[in-house]
Design a protein around this ligand. Structure first.
Ligand SMILES: NC(=O)c1ccc[n+]([C@@H]2O[C@H](COP(=O)([O-])OP(=O)(O)OC[C@H]3O[C@@H](n4cnc5c(N)ncnc54)[C@H](O)[C@@H]3O)[C@@H](O)[C@H]2O)c1
Length: 328
């Protein structure tokens, strides 16, 4: 059955892969993104152009709209123009450390912006609302691997606090209005079209362009790196399964030491990075590790890309999308 889906944050890293996955299986997709300058908007425009090119085989399957999720008249207009079956809400300010410097912006976009979409979803009687949450809501929990029943009431920065707040808001809309709301907690996603502020990208920028890159705590922290196509596949499965109210981890369940992850990136590049040592940041968690039993049971989610394969794929993308363009 074909669905009509609104994807917010569609020009971003994960959003562009979700758009591709939905269009590829025959859905009609509207992408919404304000193309903000948290990182170079040219990168986001190029993501949009790739999605549009990938959608060319099915005319009308993808429409991109530049706009803000907090613009309620715009949301009303979108809903009069389309009968959405589902919303995949990925638009956000997404930096843990950046949220410490700009907490008002983080709350405005991540919470008030989510509220604007939930209200529109309520008014239209939407079937399925899928929300991008984060592993950082677990803070420095001692319950490892991270499991969804953990209370998650000790976030370490405004970003995870805003995401946890949005999960709670989703519950209120489910309780009051019967909206199906699934919060997916993503775990350190990486891969082609990756964000320039994320580790694999920064290591390569240091190696090839000599950009200064801090290395916190000597790389002595674990992350449950998840390849972006696995994440996108989990999102699509959540779109198809309105579950009432659920919170579900979407990790890889294979945590890797940051120092080892960097060594894998360096091995692909054939060169060592020179990273600037910095102490552990208060906003950073020491460990992320997903229990993905619930995702397997409820979504049939089965991540399949291991770090060595995923980093090689990211490196190939960086070579043609970043290096080749810089030297052209
Ligand atoms: N990448 C990860 O490892 C990771 C981990 C956990 C959670 N997440 C969540 O997944 C989602 C996507 O993350 P990403 O890594 O693709 O980040 P991204 O920054 O590449 O994508 C987010 C997109 O949202 C857009 N956006 C921001 N504010 C907006 C607004 N007010 N109106 C419209 N568009 C707006 C941005 O322009 C950007 O293109 C985010 O909600 C993020 O919090 C990501």
């Amino acid at each position: 059955m074909t669905s009509t889906v609104l994807v917010t944050g569609a020009a971003g890293f994960i959003g562009s892969h979700v758009v591709d996955a939905l269009v590829a299986r025959g859905d009609v997709v509207v992408g919404l993104d304000n193309l903000n300058d948290y990182y170079d908007p040219a990168r986001k425009r190029s993501n949009v152009a790739e999605c549009q090119a990938n959608a060319q085989a099915s005319p009308g399957s993808y429409t991109f709209v530049q706009g803000d999720i907090r613009d309620r008249p715009l949301l009303e207009t979108l809903w009069t123009e389309h009968r959405f079956d589902a919303v995949v809400h990925l638009a956000a300010m997404a930096g843990v450390r950046a949220s410490v410097d700009d907490p008002f912006l983080y709350y405005d976009v991540n919470l008030t912006g989510t509220l604007a979409l939930l209200e529109q979803a309520r008014i239209s009687g939407l079937r399925s609302f899928v929300f991008a949450s984060t592993s950082s809501v677990y803070g420095n929990t001692t319950v490892i691997p991270f499991v969804e029943t953990d209370t998650c009431d000790r976030p370490l920065a405004p970003y995870p606090a805003s995401k946890r707040s949005a999960e709670l808001l989703g519950h209120a809309y489910h309780h009051l209005h019967g909206l199906s709301f699934t919060a997916l907690r993503f775990f350190t996603v990486y891969g082609p079209r990756g964000r320039p502020d994320m580790m694999a990208y920064k290591v390569l920028d240091n190696i090839f362009f000599g950009r200064q890159v801090p290395l916190y705590n000597g790389g002595q922290m674990h992350r449950d790196w998840t390849f972006v196509t696995d994440t996108a596949a989990g999102v699509v499965r959540a779109v198809d399964r309105p579950l009432g109210f659920e919170i579900i981890n979407l990790g890889c369940a294979e945590p890797v030491l940051l120092a080892d992850f960097i060594a894998t990136v360096e091995a692909n590049a054939g060169r060592k990075a020179e990273l600037r040592p910095e102490p552990m940041q208060d906003a950073d968690v020491a460990y992320t590790n997903a229990d993905i039993t619930k995702a397997r049971d409820l979504l049939g989610y089965a991540p399949s890309v291991h770090v060595h394969e995923g980093v090689a794929s990211f490196f190939r993308w960086y070579q043609h999308a970043v290096l080749a363009k810089a030297t052209a």
